[in-house]
Design a protein around this ligand. Structure first.
Ligand code: ZN
Length: 478
């Protein structure tokens, strides 16, 4: 079901991203995922009296790089604040965050909208904070267990304006954000491990209306596949409410992936007044120009820039360049194939179709070394292998390794370009298809591909198709 009747959807996203650091934000505990419950803890992250927080420099570097990568204005001075609320997974009774003076504001991220083409989302703010612990409801029957390993893990929160007009756009933005953060080594952005989490503000309004409708906040969207689903469900719920003469209540909703529905968060899980105030244990965070310049220098070429460069340097279309630059490892792989001597367009086709197709079924591994792929592409171009034979060789090299030329010989698929041999196949084919020969000679020249196909079939795919066509044309003209 889609929003019909001239409704417009308005979505804003708040994304929490775990920074890729070895230790936590304000203590030396490991920030690694998957340790046994409550083993990565210390007096600081447990909030024991007298323990003092010390900011993690690596986390601050990554946060600044994220702000730069998203084109934000970095503030020379930002302030850590206490966000006070009571919850069992928050032993201090407050979370250290940034409120009135965040690290960065006013950024932008361009992404390819499925509806509107290249579109820019505004980044309203980007701030640093620590994560809370985790409540586990499935460990013991009718009891809640608490794991504090995540307590104090460094996060940045990235808040957009109400800029997205469909759940599909929101998803595309998130994919683009993930690409940028992965490229820059800021986060592994693994939603399954909780290192990228999304909350969304959703409202609807009649098309053409300027004022925003009442929004709800959807939380608990914990996989990329659910982003579109959860937002569509909530949009449709609001449209149905309004069309039935009702009103939308401003509330926080939890997405339930099992039922594909949303339900209101229990009121005791909600807290409206966080009583923010500057953390007296932490001085203001002051960034020098030198520090910022050093972080800028650490940023790699980002996806959008790389895509443009691929289009001009390798004469690729936007769609191909977009696929090849979506992942840094794939982009590097493609460039290695080209540097090993492959034609840029053929290399793009091979990487997009064969290499990525193979990677999909083999844990995202790029199994054929770039040099081997370049050699394989050369063999096709030079007429030694047909396209079909090359695909067999590719699969074999991916599975068992080896030099494409040797593998092709071992498989017996090297193309036959010996005109004597090909001429014999052509004669046999013409002899076996007298009727078609007569039709061809009486003007049905569109039968030529049929004859070429027959020669390829007879030769087991080994005949050089161009040579076969040339000999066929000569013999049929005689
Ligand atoms: Zn700790």
């Amino acid at each position: 079901m889609t929003a019909g009747g001239g409704w417009e959807t308005v979505i804003g996203l708040e994304t929490h991203v775990q920074l890729r650091t070895a230790s936590k934000m304000f203590c030396g505990c490991s920030a690694a995922f998957g340790a046994p419950p409550n083993t990565n803890v210390c007096p600081v992250c447990l909030g024991l009296p007298g323990a003092l927080p010390v900011p993690n420099e690596q986390a601050l570097k990554l946060a600044v790089r994220a702000a730069l990568a998203l084109g934000c204005t970095l503030h020379p001075k930002s302030v850590f604040a206490r966000k006070n609320y009571f919850y069992p997974d928050l032993p201090k009774g407050y979370q250290i965050s940034q409120f009135e003076q965040p690290l960065a504001t006013d950024g932008a991220l361009s992404y390819l909208s499925p509806d509107r083409g290249l579109t820019t989302a505004t980044i309203v703010r980007l701030h640093v904070e620590e994560d809370a612990g985790k409540s586990l409801h499935d460990r013991f029957p009718k009891q809640t267990a608490i794991d504090l390993n995540r307590c104090g893990v460094p996060l940045i929160e990235i808040v957009t304006g109400p800029d997205f007009r469909s759940p599909q756009e929101a998803r595309r933005y998130l994919q683009t954000l993930k690409q940028v953060l992965e490229y820059a080594g800021i986060s592994d952005c693994d939603m399954e491990k909780g290192s990228l989490r999304v909350d969304a503000n959703v409202s609807v309004r009649r098309a053409g209306e300027a004022a925003l409708g009442t929004k709800t906040e959807v939380k608990n969207i914990n996989s990329f596949a659910y982003v579109e689903k959860a937002l569509s469900v909530e949009r449709d719920r609001q449209v149905a409410l309004l069309e039935g003469g009702g009103t939308v209540a401003q509330q926080t909703l939890l997405y339930d992936s099992k039922t594909s529905g949303v339900r209101p968060q229990r009121s005791k899980e909600e807290s409206h007044d966080y009583r923010y105030f500057p953390d007296p244990d932490l001085p203001p965070l002051v960034l020098t120009e030198e520090f910022v310049a050093q972080q800028q220098a650490q940023l790699p070429e980002l996806p959008a820039k790389k895509r443009e460069r691929f289009m001009t340097q390798y004469a690729l279309g936007v769609a191909d360049a977009d696929v090849l630059t979506g992942d840094r490892a794939v982009a590097d792989y493609y460039e290695a194939v080209v540097h090993a001597g492959a034609d840029t367009k053929l290399a793009a086709n091979w990487v997009i179709n064969e290499v990525l197709g193979d990677a999909k079924t083999h844990q995202e591994q790029l199994r054929v070394p770039p040099g081997a792929l370049a050699q394989l592409i050369g063999l096709v171009r030079g007429g030694t292998l047909s396209q079909q034979a090359a695909k067999r060789v590719f699969a074999e090299v991916a599975e068992r390794g080896g030099e494409p030329r040797n593998v092709a010989e071992a498989l017996g698929v090297v193309q036959v370009a010996d005109s004597g041999v090909v001429a014999r196949w052509v004669s046999e084919v013409l002899g076996a298809h007298q009727q078609e020969v007569t039709r061809y000679k009486s003007g049905e020249i569109k039968l030529l591909p049929f004859f070429v196909g027959q020669v390829m079939k007879l030769s087991g795919g080994k005949a050089d198709p161009k040579l076969a066509q040339k000999i066929l044309e000569e013999k049929l003209a005689a």
